[in-house]
Design a protein around this ligand. Sequence first.
Ligand code: FAD
Length: 147
Amino acid sequence: MTADLHRLVYYSRNHVEGTDATLDREIGDILAKSQHNNRRDGITGALLFNAGCFAQVLEGPLGAVEAAFERIQQDERHGDVSLLALERIEARSFPNWAMGFVGASQHDAGRFDAIGSASGFDPARLDGEAIHSLLRDLAVEEEGIRH
Ligand code: FAD
């Protein structure tokens, strides 16, 4: 275990416009860059996209997670980036995934919507632990996860 292992959870709104193909390409680019950088930086996690929103869990050494989040916040492909949780953890939930992608199916979208609806999609009321648990469950369940 790394002494300063931390988990960060955030939520943001998609700013990529265009066709589904454009969005797929952008998400592919985001995942490729994330996986490259995160392997280098000792970060693991999962990214969820649906309903025009991103939710992401980053886990790793505190300094690396904070540096990645700084870059992510400045990325114009999304906005209204809201930090939901940053806490020390004992163990990683996504130890093998430099960045997994979850939530693309209709069924999964419904499960994310349920969490969003409970908060009125108000980032201030979104529950970081509920989002972490959902991403972890989806990552375990989904077949063909891109990671
Ligand atoms: P470069 O790739 O050299 O990019 C330099 C600058 O260009 C950055 O400011 C970048 O934001 C911007 N940029 C690059 N490509 C595009 C593009 N196609 N459209 C618009 N702007 C662009 N990065 C991680 O390292 N780890 C993550 O887990 C991670 N998750 C992300 C999740 C989401 C939802 C989004 C939107 C981005 C995520 N990123 C992640 C990407 C992050 O925002 C930065 O783009 C990336 O970390 C910059 O990598 P780099 O320093 O190698 O710079």
